[in-house]
Write a protein that binds this ligand. Structure first.
Ligand code: A1D88
Length: 296
């Protein structure tokens, strides 16, 4: 697939995924959603990719849904207003989910299901879906020029793309309610204090800061990275009792024996480890089952 709204560039096992509509402040469209879903599925199976870094071309990260489409951001006219029951039926049937154009939700799930760690390098304004899409990413870094906002209340809509699931888990319920109710656009320092971003960087040092995290992580065992990511998210799905988690934890521990033995040998021999497992083919059989059933 050729992308018209993204750039997909791999170097040193790090995929840089760049939102690429700079004239429109990288505003989010249905095409961008489709391309993001494709790119995250591709990154998941691309053994040349160890870690994904997401950033924006130009001065913005993403100005949210492209509002130039007018009031119809949902892709529905009023006569098509689905009931909750309809939506549940549609969610169970992937062939008609596109009919309700759950653009944000599909992107969130593609990121959530990705086998690779994902880092957001927020280089400028990130509001609406521009910030909520980063909640499904594992680490967020911001430039000094970043401004963020859960601005939905200003538009009379409710935070979307499963962000009400992620936001309180990341920043706590009090901060989530504060930002959602105020609908304010806040700066990188406030995001840092609130726990939304890990660190704040000069504009021209942001990507290098992201790569400094991504590059060594991309050299680690791909299967261990994927399983650690899945275990943490499954755990935070709160749908998973501790006893069951203990058994799964043991299964994951034994799965990591392949690269794990090599890691221990390399440590003892004072050399770099040579990990050989592949996330495309060496995932344990329970992994697909978890993806299909758990935590969503
Ligand atoms: C289901 C829904 C999901 C959602 O995502 S809802 C949220 C939708 N997005 C928004 O409500 C954001 C609206 N935009 C803003 O608040 C601000 O912009 C920013 C904070 C993103 C950036 O502010 P600044 O740096 O001061 O730029 P500027 O002068 O406001 O914008 C430059 C031009 O870009 C247009 N623009 C900005 N955001 C959008 C958008 N989301 N869709 C379409 N156009 C947009 C503006 O109108 C303007 O245009 P011109 O130069 O002609 O005045």
């Amino acid at each position: 697939m050729d992308y018209s709204t993204l750039k997909y560039t791999v170097s040193d096992r790090v995929l840089t995924l760049t939102l690429n509509r700079p004239q429109q402040l990288n505003a989010f469209t249905v095409t961008m959603a489709n391309e993001l879903v494709h790119a995250f599925e591709r990154a998941s199976e691309d053994d040349a990719v160890g870690v994904v870094v997401v950033t924006g071309e130009g001065r913005a990260f993403c100005a949210g849904m492209d509002l130039s489409v007018g009031g119809n951001v949902f892709g529905l006219d009023e006569s098509q207003q689905p009931t909750l029951e309809d939506l549940h039926k549609r969610l169970d049937d992937p062939t008609i989910i596109d009919g309700v154009r759950d653009t944000g939700g599909r992107v969130t799930l593609a990121i959530y299901d990705c086998k690779k760690p994902v880092i957001a390098a927020i280089n400028g304004p990130a509001v609406g879906i521009g910030i909520t899409m980063t909640l499904a990413m594992d680490i967020r870094l911001a430039s000094e020029k970043a401004r963020m906002g859960f601005v939905f209340g200003r538009l009379g809509i409710v935070l979307e793309a499963c962000s009400s699931w992620f936001l309180p888990r990341i920043v706590g319920m009090a901060k989530a309610l504060d930002w959602v109710y105020s609908a304010d656009i806040f700066d990188a320092q406030e995001a840092l204090v609130g726990g939304l971003v890990k660190s704040v960087h000069a504009q021209d040092e942001l990507l290098e800061a992201a790569y400094a995290i991504a590059r060594p992580l991309a050299q680690r065992s791909p299967v261990a990275n994927a399983l650690a990511r899945r275990m943490l998210y499954r755990n935070s799905a709160y749908a998973h009792p501790l006893d069951a988690h203990r058994v799964d934890s043991l299964a994951v521990f034994y799965t990591s024996q392949g690269d794990g033995r090599e890691g221990v040998r390399a440590f003892l021999e004072k050399r770099d480890a040579r990990f050989t497992t592949r996330a495309s083919s060496d995932m344990p059989s329970f992994y697909e089952d978890w993806l299909a059933r758990d935590g969503k």
